[in-house]
Design a binder for this molecule. Structure first.
Ligand SMILES: Cc1cc2nc3c(=O)[nH]c(=O)nc-3n(C[C@H](O)[C@H](O)[C@H](O)COP(=O)(O)O)c2cc1C
Length: 358
């Protein structure tokens, strides 16, 4: 069944049918006016390509590497809390799809099944994403569990000092399971650079700072030895009225000056989006909502198919740009334009019945 999806729009339409209104809104919605959410798409929709011609593109290799691991495409899976509300397999389904496809999942500390069960569910490298929900002893314990379970890197999320005001959730009176179950949420508000230093040292391996949005924080993080800067506004679910992630990317890339790897998420739903990010200096892109929609449409198989479709789009776009691999891609292949229409979470899909799924 899953393998029959012909494009990701089809996957999203099935996800919409499979999810109740409140879970759809939890997954798809964002904070307050949802301006940041729309700006994520705006920032992608206002980039156009400058293709080169008369080059032999009969063999295209869309692969990449991250932390020494081969990625079949430079797309990884963003951490999603409460995945079990979207698909019964939860984080384990993401791990299965990532392993079968050849990419890396980032597993949220507030999703089910447990970090150990996610790790055991499939072969291959995995990254653990931490929300702080306890004191240093609690953090030491959960990091020890993540190390013992074999996670290869740690991502600390720092754009969530308080929970975003998500009006779709409020109006539906919907609380995701992770919010219902959580204790000590307030400790996330008390994260400082000093605590980050301590967590990073305690982890002792590759360390990702998730939720960076400015040059000044990029420089501070790199001075403190952060290996990987993850540009993200949490898919617009936290601070409203941010820049789109792709508007932030060039600033962060310039500030990092090659001293850290750069990840990005926010609005990525097409192969062409991924190519725009890599052209402007990202090492890889992560998918949040698209991952959730694919799981809702067809579980691990649906997500595997979604990644295959992204691969097809990436390979196709590279060839049409006159490129055989990401190694040759530079910022000279993109330029700024005015977007053609309204930008929103569905604006990459031209054939939706009313232009939008709600
Ligand atoms: C339903 C949902 C739950 C999320 N839960 C987490 C989480 O537990 N930890 C985290 O760091 N980010 C979380 N995020 C943010 C994603 O990791 C990612 O930054 C965002 O979804 C990227 O934007 P996109 O959805 O447009 O791809 C969540 C996002 C969604 C949609």
């Amino acid at each position: 069944m899953a393998a029959e999806f012909t494009c990701n729009q089809e996957i999203i339409e099935v996800a919409r049918r499979n999810l109740t209104q409140d879970v759809w809104d939890y997954l798809t919605g964002a904070a307050e006016s949802e301006t940041t959410l729309r700006r994520n798409r705006y920032a992608l929709d206002k980039l156009a390509f400058l293709p080169r011609v008369c080059r032999d593109v009969s063999k295209v290799d869309p692969s990449s590497t991250f932390l020494g691991h081969k990625l079949r495409i430079p797309v990884m899976l963003a951490p999603i809390g409460s995945l079990q509300a979207i698909h019964e397999g939860g984080g384990a389904a993401s791990c299965t799809a990532a392993s079968k496809f050849g990419t890396i999942p980032m597993i949220s500390s507030i999703t089910l099944p447990s970090l150990e069960d996610c790790a055991k569910s499939a072969e291959g490298p995995k990254i653990f994403q931490l929300y702080v929900r306890g004191d240093k002893a609690w953090i030491r314990d959960i990091l020890g569990r993540a190390k013992a379970a074999g996670y290869t890197a740690l991502a600390l999320t720092v754009d969530s000092a308080v929970y975003g005001i998500r009006e779709r959730q409020l109006m539906n009176a919907y609380q995701p399971p992770s919010v219902k179950a959580q204790t000590n949420r307030h400790l996330q508000s008390a994260i400082t650079w000093e605590l980050m230093d301590w967590i990073k040292a305690e982890w002792g391996g590759p360390f990702i700072l998730k939720g960076v949005a400015t040059a000044v924080d990029t420089k501070m993080a790199i001075e403190r030895g952060v290996d990987i800067i993850y540009v993200s506004n949490h898919g617009g679910r936290q601070l409203d009225h941010c820049l789109g992630a792709m508007e932030t990317l060039p600033t962060v890339v310039a500030a990092a000056a090659g001293k850290a790897k750069i990840l990005i998420d926010g609005g990525f739903v097409r192969g062409s989006d991924v190519i725009k990010a890599v052209a402007l200096g990202a090492d890889a892109v992560l998918i949040g909502r698209l991952q959730g929609w694919a799981l809702a449409a067809g579980g691990a198989d649906g997500l595997l198919r979604c990644l295959e479709l992204l691969e097809r789009e990436i390979t196709n776009t590279l060839a049409l740009l006159g490129l055989v691999s990401f190694k040759e891609l530079t910022k000279d292949y993109v330029c700024q334009v005015d977007p053609l229409g309204p930008c929103h979470e569905m604006s990459a899909f031209a054939h939706l019945p009313n232009g939008r799924l709600v």
